[in-house]
Ligand binder design. Structure first.
Ligand code: PLP
Length: 450
């Protein structure tokens, strides 16, 4: 029996070799942590796997559990660890800054915050060069919506159904997918038809969806709006690419109504889409306000809002302040992230490896009826599972089996979408073609087991 088991194992796909052994772990086990979680942590904390993993180490595109077992990380802590886990240059920058100064707050000068603001501005087009630092994507979007309201003197914001913009009062209102009560009671937020080429009512016709935004302005507002907020590719919503032509058409309507265009680059920024540094650049528009977080610090809590000097004028000395935004350790990490992205050509890698992976996933779609759609750009890819391709019935239970099976073979991947039936493949941008082969082979076997 043992020989048969060994033979079967020999046929399993092999994870690419990686020369790193994590230090021995002697801390609490998964069982101990689960007990504490049940008693001391909010019930809103959830986990993907039926037998949750205790992750104790990370190195580049790999994670390690309490037993030292290596996993290929195709989720990157929700599209966050862009340079790779514990990237040496980012680590070094954090450690060095920690030795000098961990926190002082914005009433004093410190060079890291100014250097990082300058570096970010140099990455953005047009006049987008004034930066406000926050601690998260939620806060960045809250601030962006407040700026749009202050600048225009209007209250109405339009966001997309199926968008995710955060979890504080305003951003919950702009988010339209979890049936949060705030979606309903938040005043002044209108949710437009989602220009989703796979599930949307107008297929890939971006201009038709854009007419819905014009109708919201005409029928649901005074004719003037504060702004429109959108991701370039919806992340939590299940890697939904916006139909071509949509954003430029909406942009015209919003401008005509005096509003500002807010690009939420929390997931799609920092080279993730491969073809561009920012997701909006793939849509040929220049926003008035750009919000960012996640990849900005490779996992260090940091967010930012960037806008033009004219718009930035609405924030005066006293009406916006936060304690940690622009913390020197976080901004030092951010500077290192920009250096690493450039030095290691991670945008090019996201493009080349992402295209390769997408081609392989498309080929897998030919083989497995359950794959309804493969989409996304660069290393922000989605695979939607459906039990019936014509009806597009979400394969909600099946995806859980596949995820568990992939985990058993050493691959971790995210899931999301309105129905929870979409794989979200958003690995660190140092992901390789060999990693992609391993990922697809493991997915193939796991789907075959259904
Ligand atoms: N915007 C987008 C597109 C996101 O994906 C997220 C988080 O997933 C947020 C905003 C909120 O960011 P945070 O979780 O850092 O508050």
């Amino acid at each position: 029996l043992a020989a048969a088991g060994a033979e079967a194992n020999a046929l399993l796909p092999k994870m690419p070799p990686f020369d790193y052994t994590p230090p021995p772990y002697e801390g609490p086990t998964a069982t101990d942590i689960l007990k504490k979680r049940a008693e001391f942590l909010s019930p809103s904390m959830f986990y993907f796997y039926r037998k949750p993993l205790n992750i104790v180490d990370g190195k580049m595109q790999y994670l390690f559990d309490e037993h030292g077992r290596r996993y290929l990380d195709a989720f990157a802590g929700i599209a966050t660890v862009c340079c790779g886990h514990c990237h040496p240059e980012v680590n070094e920058a954090i450690i060095e800054q920690t030795k000098r100064l961990q926190h002082s707050t914005i009433v004093y000068l410190n060079h890291t915050i100014a250097d990082f603001a300058e570096a970010l501005a140099s990455r953005l087009p047009g006049d987008l060069k004034v930066v406000f630092f926050t601690n998260s994507g939620t806060e960045a979007n809250e601030l962006a919506m407040m700026i749009a309201r202050l600048y225009t003197g209007c209250h109405d914001i339009i966001s997309l159904r199926n968008a995710y913009h955060g979890n504080a009062a305003g951003t919950m209102g702009a988010t339209a997918q979890f049936n949060w009560k705030f979606n309903v009671i938040q005043s002044g937020v209108h949710h437009a038809l989602n220009p989703d080429p796979y599930r949307g009512v107008f297929g890939s016709d971006g201009e038709k969806y854009a007419r819905d935004v014009q109708e919201i302005i005409d029928f649901g507002t005074s004719g003037q709006v504060a702004g429109f907020i959108s991701e370039a590719i919806q992340g939590v919503g299940g890697i939904v690419e916006l139909a071509p032509g949509y954003l430029p058409a909406v942009y015209k309507s919003i401008k005509k109504a005096g509003g500002l265009f807010i690009a939420d680059e929390v997931q799609s920024g920092f080279a993730r889409t491969g073809s561009h540094f920012w997701g909006f650049e793939g849509h040929d528009v220049v926003p008035d306000i750009v919000t960012m977080a996640k990849g900005i610090g490779n996992g260090i809590p940091l967010g930012a809002v960037v806008t033009t000097p004219e718009i930035a004028q609405v924030l005066t000395r006293r009406n916006y302040f936060n304690t940690f935004g622009g913390n020197p350790v976080c901004t030092a990490a951010g500077l290192a992230v920009l250096r690493v992205l450039e030095k290691e050509k991670l945008q090019d890698n996201a493009f080349v490896v992402g295209s390769y992976l997408k081609d392989r996933l498309k080929a897998l779609q030919e083989k497995h009826e359950i794959i309804g759609d493969v989409r996304g750009r660069g290393l922000m890819l989605g695979v939607e599972l459906v039990t019936d391709r014509r009806q597009k019935t979400p394969a909600k239970a099946e995806i859980l089996h596949v995820m568990d099976s992939m985990k058993e073979m050493g691959v971790l991947v995210g899931k999301g979408g309105f129905y929870g039936n979409v794989f979200r493949i958003t690995p660190p941008l140092c992901f390789t073609k060999e990693d992609s082969d391993f990922f697809v082979d493991v997915l193939d076997i796991s789907l075959s087991k259904l």
